[in-house]
Design a protein around this ligand. Sequence first.
Ligand SMILES: [Zn+2]
Length: 600
Amino acid sequence: MTTPHRYTITPSDPGAHLFEVRVAVASPEPSGQVFRIPAWIPGSYLIRDFARNVVSLRAESEDRILELTKLDKSSWQCEPCEAPLTLVCEIHALDLSVRGAHLDMTHAYFNGPSVFPEVVGQSDVACEVEICPPPAPLGKGWRVATSMNAVEAEQYGFGLYRAADYAELIDHPVEIGDLLIGEFEAGGIPHAIAVRGHPKVEMARICKDLSVLCEQHMKLLGKPADLDRYLFLLLVLPDGYGGLEHRWSTSLVCSRGDLPRRGETGVSNGYRKFLGLCSHEYFHLWNVTRMKPRAFVPYALQAEKHTGLLWVFEGVTSYYDDLALVRSGLITPESYLELLGQTITRVLRGKGRLRQSVEESSFDAWTKFYRQDANSPNHIVSYYAKGALVAMALDLTLRRQTDWTCSLDDVMRECWKRFAEEGMPERGLESVAAELAGVELDEFFERYARGTADLPLEQMLHDCGINLHLRAARDARDLGGKPASDKNPLPPWLGANLASKDGRSVFGLVQTGSPGERAGLTAGDEAVSINDLRLTADNFDTRLKEYQPGDRVTLRVFRRDELVRLQVRLEEPPEDTCYLQIDKDAAEAAIRNRERWLSG
Ligand SMILES: [Zn+2]
């Protein structure tokens, strides 16, 4: 049996945010072992070049320092050596996101791609990892939370862990610190949630709700054979949101206010958002961590890898995340429709939806979706939000065309059966859908996945006893999903966002086709005045409300350090805000459809 690679990671200098990582290789490549650090992390499609955080590097064998040659931005080659050798590196860790690594006096957190060099040519060899405590007295009371299997470590303790190969090694994020841990079962499988940054979390309630949610997802796609444990890692920040999926765990960030307060029984908007995030990442346990685009089998983490299917893996997941909340009874149908109305609103407000398809958005994720600027909504569409709507439209189309005998649930089950091992080919979803339902879907995919046509949601939802309404936005905080909160007159439309930034009021997105764009207003302009009265992010809506659509106003802005005068003709605001309501007069068949759809 091949000797496993032995990694050792120590939060060696928390004050300087440095991990020490050692990689001991028993049988290095005699002509010169190459080590390599990934350029990106699965699930997040941006070149991050984790090797840039390597501060120092040396290789040694039998008390001898070996020469290391840097081959490119993220690989190093040792001088020829047949004896066991050890690579020792210091890695700077100050990225408090779910994709990187972070170390300070309060905790240590890392994702494998940020800290573990790959032993090139031997990535199939098993990897053992010794996770060591920081220098005393730090680390007293700290626990280790990871989904990696322990070899010689107490539960949640420092010690030796093991992964089957390098791909698995870098698929287990690790959180070390003062953790609150809750445990629960779902589908007979042990689950846990490890929380950092919130000492008084309502753990019993969260565990109960997550258990219901996880079982709902298992009902849809069935338990993966290798799912024998699952861990939610949660970092609570004053203000944060995000998650990254892994095979046996997920790493989440949420806002403190999103978690339920002691004694609270209802589902606040924040808690609904948190449950939706957990639901999203848990669905990924099937859709993208196990079944993935064929282009990702296996992952090649040195350069961009393109696929037009991210909308299937993120969009379909975004569709099922909230749908699982209503199907499991955690939220009401009305609450679900509010979320759906908000998603429709997000898509409608971006004119980029008419310029980029979800397939193109997937393909160009690396350079567009993940590298957005203020004007991106004018040019691109989110494969998450629009992808979720395409998934819903496909679901409702399949149901309608097969007299409700086939749905996206069936299609996803069949895809899971066929593609979990070898990956989904680029046209995999559509061929399975057409085959299973026995209907022609070419036009659907041409128009809505490869094309930019707006989805005919009004009719589709009407068939389920749901009315779709459009109205103008009330103000900058109006996310849609609900009828207008008041009947006060709306401000006329300028078509630009104004936000406070470092004490200045700065214009962000200037919408395509808006009065602001026609007048020459540009993202980055600093607001000065409207008709000679001071204009700020705080008084933006109030000032605009003093005018009517059709009025001409003079805007003054600083562009860099030049004062610029712009003549704007304000317009009627567009109806780009959606809300959905249950149709009280719906036909019986429509009510039955809605109940079947929302109950799964
Ligand atoms: Zn996702």
